[in-house]
Design a binder for this molecule. Structure first.
Ligand code: NAP
Length: 248
């Protein structure tokens, strides 16, 4: 079976590292992005240099019409999706709950919960034998925040990742008999642009003392776990999680 992967938020950070590893593993790669076209096109160039077929598609994962457009373009350009990485995510400035606006909380929940659920829905419509598919694999990118809660920083974000973990467990059981596996990864502090969103681009370096391994993680270290979970090497794993938190 041809391997076709959709990586949401694939233009930067963990998603970009996953796109490059997927290209090396023989996938046709769809790099989804929301706004940063230049970064997505740069990763697409690297994917093609590795000899893989690829496309970059703009879509906001929290808007179903745009998700439908994303998957239709994948159908037309790369073929039926066999692997989905729900990686796109966002966070707000470090704040207490009583300082958070409704707009901010809505944005976090829409991007980090509604988005992966919509993307999984449209992947399942192509992967499930009920719809003519031949199975597939989904990895949801959660966070160690799902079990730590992020008090005083972003409890809304942590709660969104907790919801994503519950979705992973439920969907894995719903689809286990249809040849579709659903797993999650929970990164800790990883060196990406993500921390600028919380108001401190140097956050990982500053917090290294609080990490048992004494350092932040690299995007490629997370990508390795994602690609393994997607692969046939993880053929008996579903509803499971790999934590990549350096011991946190
Ligand atoms: P990043 O470098 O900031 O990349 C985030 C990506 O998500 C970007 O490509 C962005 O698109 C995309 N995105 C955001 N909102 C979107 C939307 N509505 N629709 C489509 N794409 C959207 O962050 P990262 O660190 O690689 O984070 C990736 C995932 O890992 C996130 O789910 C995050 O919660 C999780 N995570 C990260 C860390 C960490 O320490 N970095 C720790 C735990 C979990 P554009 O490029 O177009 O802006």
């Amino acid at each position: 079976m041809d391997k076709v992967i959709v990586i949401t938020g694939g233009g930067r950070g963990i998603g970009a590292a996953t796109a490059l590893l997927a290209a090396q593993q023989g996938y046709r790669v769809c790099i989804n992005y929301q706004a940063d076209e230049a970064s997505a096109l740069k990763v697409l160039g690297q994917v093609r240099e590795l000899g893989a077929q690829g496309i970059a598609v703009r879509a906001d994962v929290s808007i179903e019409d745009e998700v439908i457009g994303l998957f239709n373009e994948v159908d037309a350009e790369l073929g039926r999706v066999t692997a989905l990485v729900n990686n796109a995510g966002t966070v707000g400035h470090k704040s207490r709950l009583d300082e958070m606006s409704e707009f901010r909380i809505q944005k976090i929940l829409k991007t980090n919960v509604l988005g992966p659920i919509l993307c999984a829905k449209h992947a399942v419509l192509r992967m499930s034998p009920r719809h003519g598919g031949q199975g597939g694999s989904i990895v949801n990118v959660s966070s160690v925040a799902a079990r730590l809660g992020s008090p005083g920083e972003y409890v809304d974000y942590a709660a969104s990742k907790g919801a994503l973990d519950t979705f992973t467990i439920g969907l894995s059981k719903e689809l286990a008999g249809e040849g579709i596996r659903v797993n999650g990864v929970r990164p800790g502090y990883i060196y990406t642009d993500f921390h600028a969103l919380s108001g401190d681009a140097d956050r990982v370096s500053k917090l290294e003392g609080a990490i048992p391994m004494g350092r932040g993680g690299r995007p490629d270290e997370v990508a390795e776990a994602i690609i393994w979970l997607l692969s046939d090497k993880a053929s008996y794993s579903t509803g499971s999680f790999i934590d990549l938190g350096g011991g946190r």
